[in-house]
Design a protein around this ligand. Structure first.
Ligand code: 5RP
Length: 231
């Protein structure tokens, strides 16, 4: 039986079929995206010509170490395709992302792409978003006040749950590549993702949230029975 890493690699390999010569690619972050970058590097070594825009310092370091040509988003502001993982994939390909803390750059890069393809093992597919805590990136100024305002906004949007500041394994606040922190909203379920997204966006101090709505065009899902492509 295939293990989780194997399934992630298979999804990544299938998504590589959408990549053609000359493409400008958004390169996602996380363990599934890492497989994609590794497989892409093999194709680049074999002569494929692409340029990648990484969504995190982590992905940048991996891609550079494997010889994948990179550019900044300022150098390549329009991308052909963005390939990234997700923490949950809900109805209509609504996503929760940001488990790895890269949601801000991931959303900017996905928005700059003509198409976003999500790659995942099929356990990420859910009927309702929200079991995975929703990451919300906020500025470091006024974390307590912003978190309180967020609690009220989230309740007003019909959701309930606990908000926790994300920490690293050694107990320090997790700091994103953009120098912000992340509050994880443990909500259990998000009945109306658009309503919640609007409510969260109105809170001063919020930089971005992990609800990716209307961004993904396809999801390539790997399971024990093979690969499924949802569109
Ligand atoms: C990082 C992300 C990742 O795409 C998401 O957390 C999924 O990661 P993985 O492929 O390791 O399950 O949004 O910010």
């Amino acid at each position: 039986m295939a293990d989780a890493e194997d399934l992630k690699r298979r999804a990544a390999a299938r998504a590589l079929e959408y990549v053609t010569d000359g493409m400008r690619l958004g390169l996602g972050t996380g363990s599934t995206a890492k497989h994609f970058v590794a497989l892409l590097a093999e194709r680049v070594a074999g002569g494929l010509k692409v340029v990648g825009v990484p969504t995190s310092e982590q992905t940048k370091a991996q891609a550079l170490s494997l010889g994948v040509p990179l550019a900044t988003l300022d150098e390549q502001p329009e991308l052909d395709l963005c390939i990234d993982g997700a923490d949950e994939i809900g109805p209509g390909l609504a996503l929760i992302k940001g488990g790895g803390g890269a949601l801000l750059r991931e959303k900017i890069v996905a928005s700059a792409a003509r198409e976003m393809i999500v790659i995942a093992d099929e356990t990420k597919l859910v009927g309702t978003l929200g079991v995975f805590p929703l990451p919300i990136e906020i500025v470091t100024f006024g974390v307590v006040a912003t978190t309180r305002r967020l609690e009220s906004a989230i309740a007003a949007a019909g959701c309930a749950g606990e908000l926790r500041l994300r920490h690293t394994k050694d107990g320090k606040p997790f700091v994103t590549d953009q120098g912000n922190v992340i509050v994880d909203a443990h909500l259990g379920q998000i009945a109306d993702p658009r309503r919640l997204a609007r409510a969260v966006e109105e809170v001063a101090g919020v930089v971005e949230h992990g609800l990716f709505l209307g961004l993904a065009r396809r999801a390539v899902l790997a399971g024990a029975d093979g690969i499924r492509v949802l569109e």
